[in-house]
Write a protein that binds this ligand. Structure first.
Ligand SMILES: [Zn+2]
Length: 441
């Protein structure tokens, strides 16, 4: 809390803001947090514990152990702020803890769209494993295919289904403490935030995460930047004075809450509003992503750092929410195969070497966006061309080094590793990777 106060009051970052210590800290006499991925907030009442989020499948048992170092009371209720796996995956550990201790099973509360999300994760298991791996820079190989019955599961089998769901609002009381759950779309369509009116405390889940809002994610389903901003405004209007988030630091004090939540709302409102303005003028997504930026005065806010998601992707999500999948380029409505287009361009350039050389020149001159297009074309035209694959790996390692968000870094690292894998053992090993990384510092 000291770190949070300092960072918010000064506007100076003191990373890491998202700590995964698995230690429990008592923040009030009867409220504690286990810092994990995600955090688990715990309210201690005479009737049992109220927990906010179960953390992930790997961290769940560690979180429960930390909890048991603090109190012996059974878990009465556990709220899923939303159905992402890092918030629900640890639920099996909470159930196992209750069984081992002879307690009654915790009651799981969630928004009514959470069960449908769980079902979607089961239907698209292989896809979710693949895109998650790519988000973190990995590529698919024989060892981690992850498809079919006995392979890994994106959503663990022992996840606890919600026992009670709600649509817009729901109140519940445990041991004399009353909490209201409120639904708002933001990072997800199934998000809830909790409101303790007596303590003026909001349990915000991922609405506040100490990174730029995950409202753009290039590989995932629709996010809701406009509704996210509206939820921030609702929290401010209701009089929140303490914010207990699922990632990052607590925000305590009305002024600090206004600063952080106000900034998040303003950034999202600006991105969404500017995108909609341009859409209303008939602009294409290409024109929009190169025009819309976060306002200058918000660019360096420690609680808006684009370390996970980033503003350009939020713009795309606004476009997708109100537009279609088509990018406005008539050639892309019903396109030729990318490999055929690339082969034409390479033929026009005279040789694949000239395309590759130009890609590397563009890296040197700092135009990494353009360099990537040429590297892609070279490899699409001739996937077995060693020089093209080597250049593509080089281009994407440079691109990765120049990016801040984990999502961009992950996609570019995955692309570089694909090319290294295509090159086979000789240059695909750690030698090239280390050489390139060494060159990048
Ligand atoms: Zn989360």
């Amino acid at each position: 809390m000291d770190v949070a106060d300092r960072v918010i009051d000064s506007g100076e970052a003191e990373p890491p803001h998202n700590r995964v210590t698995h230690q429990l800290s008592a923040v009030e006499d009867d409220v504690a947090v286990v810092e994990s991925f995600s955090h688990c907030w715990v309210v201690d009442t005479d009737e049992g514990l109220v927990c906010w989020d179960a953390s992930g499948v790997q961290s769940g048992p560690v979180v429960v152990a930390a909890l048991r170092g603090w109190t012996d009371r059974p878990v009465h209720s556990l709220v899923y702020t939303h159905g992402h796996v890092d918030h629900v995956g640890g639920s099996g550990a909470f159930v196992a803890d209750a069984e081992a201790r002879g307690d009654i099973r915790p009651r799981f509360l969630a928004h009514e769209a959470v069960p449908a999300r769980f079902e979607r994760y089961r239907t698209t298991n292989g896809w979710n494993l693949a895109i998650n791996r790519r988000q973190f820079g990995g590529i698919r190989n024989r060892a981690n295919l992850g498809i079919g019955g006995d392979g890994p599961r994106f959503l663990v089998e022992d996840v606890a289904e919600p026992d009670q769901t709600f649509r817009d609002r729901m109140s519940f009381s445990v041991g004399g403490r009353t909490f209201e759950l409120r639904h708002a779309r933001g990072e997800t369509d199934d998000h809830a935030w909790g409101w303790d009116a007596e303590r003026r405390t909001a349990y915000t889940g991922d609405f506040t995460s100490w990174v730029f809002p995950n409202a753009g994610n290039p590989q995932k389903v629709q996010r809701y930047p406009i509704e996210w901003a509206a939820a921030m405004r609702d929290m401010l209007a209701i009089g929140v004075e303490r914010v207990y988030p699922a990632h990052g630091l607590p925000i305590v004090g009305r002024q600090r809450v206004e600063t952080v939540l106000g900034d998040i709302a303003e950034a999202l409102e600006h991105l969404a509003g500017s995108t909609l303005d341009l859409m209303n003028e008939g602009a294409t997504i290409d024109e929009i992503i190169h025009a819309v930026r976060v306002p200058e005065h918000l660019a360096d806010r420690p609680w808006l750092a684009p370390q996970y998601d980033e503003p350009e992707f939020v713009v795309r999500n606004v476009y997708r929410q109100f537009g279609g999948w088509w990018d406005g380029n008539p050639a892309n409505l019903k396109p030729a195969p990318e490999a055929a287009v690339a082969a034409e361009v390479v033929a026009l350039a005279g040789s694949i070497e000239s395309v590759v050389d130009r890609a590397l020149e563009l890296v040197d001159s700092g135009d990494l966006r353009l360099a990537c297009h040429l590297a892609e074309m070279a490899v699409a035209a001739e996937p077995t061309h060693e020089g093209a694959q080597r250049a593509r790996a080089d281009v994407y390692w440079h691109r990765r080094a120049a990016e801040r968000s984990l999502m961009s870094k992950g996609v570019y690292a995955a692309a570089a590793r694909e090319s290294e894998a295509a090159l086979g053992g000789e240059v695909a090993g750690d030698g090239l990777r280390d050489a390139v990384r060494g060159a990048l510092g």
